[in-house]
Design a protein around this ligand. Sequence first.
Ligand code: DGL
Length: 267
Amino acid sequence: MKKSIGIFDSGVGGLTVFKAVKDALPDQNIIYFGDTARVPYGSKSENTIVNYSLQNAAFLLQQNIKLLIVACNTSSAFALDKLREQFEIPIIGVIEPGAKTALSVTKNNRIGVIGTEGTIKSLAYQKELRKQNPDCKVFAKPTPLLVPLVEENWIDHSVTKQVIAEYLDELLRLDIDTLIMGCTHYPVLKDMIKSVVGDSIELVDSAEAVANVVNEKYSGKNSILKGEYNFFVSDNPEKFKILGERIIQSELENVHKVFFTESWIQK
Ligand code: DGL
């Protein structure tokens, strides 16, 4: 059987990454795991996120995957190195591609980053951007209320716009010309964020950035066959399906509930 691309996230938000990868490579089989029983990751400690991420990866490894994409920015920020130490298959996180894209679009080297508390506190984007270009200036801000607002489907709500404007006020005074949406949920709010920041600031979608990397890896291998998609969640498949369909704007089939087992934990 054709091997799949595995993607995991803390929950439903990583479907933004699933959608970007599926649109770029429609012939690839994809297996998605959303840890809906333990979401959110954004406010949890590094240790917890590393443990959860290792378990999620172990589950996907049991599903015969050829590549693992860590869609969750918080997991990418805290657990990527540990995942790479533990597992031998290629693993891609969202931070490195997001930083690379941001540096390719900035003209003044002043880049803003928004994300969960965990992602921003980890300094992962800040370090990665400076590693790729020591001259760039990075201004980072946690914007934790945006995840629950998306989950509440307040995607076009005036309150959401107000929250975005309040959060970004400080960043907008710092002459940034690029803003990284460093969280799975934020691409859903792209139009609204754009309406707040205006045309002079480029938005970087880390979901699209990671899809570009995967596309480079498998380009030329496209066939006319359509990929198969399977979704696994650790809780509440019905809720995942409802919210997920809003995110990917098409029907979500093959959503299964899984139970944690020892074999995940021991690899
Ligand atoms: N998936 C998380 C991220 O991209 C956002 C949701 C959460 O806090 O778990 O950081």
